[in-house]
Ligand binder design. Structure first.
Ligand SMILES: [Zn+2]
Length: 76
């Protein structure tokens, strides 16, 4: 799906968000993560600590100005 930057109008490009939780050499990512989202009042399970998610997020970056946007993919 073609999307354009709301700031400058350039075509957005899909990017992967890398996890920086773990310490690694500079300018490297730890792992690819699929970001997800939940309702504001979602509670973690007492037993599994899992938070029920509503979907995942897809990241799109503008190659010209760098603005990065997330798009929700409900149910994924
Ligand atoms: Zn832009």
């Amino acid at each position: 799906m073609e999307r354009n930057c709301p700031e400058c109008g350039a075509s957005l490009q899909a990017v992967r968000v890398l996890d920086a939780t773990h310490s690694l050499p500079a300018k490297t990512g730890g792992a690819h993560v699929d970001l997800s989202y939940a309702s504001p009042d979602a509670k973690a399970s007492l037993f599994t600590k899992a938070i029920p998610r509503q979907g995942t997020l897809r990241a799109m970056m503008c190659p010209d100005c760098g603005r990065t946007l997330f798009y929700a993919l409900p149910g994924s």
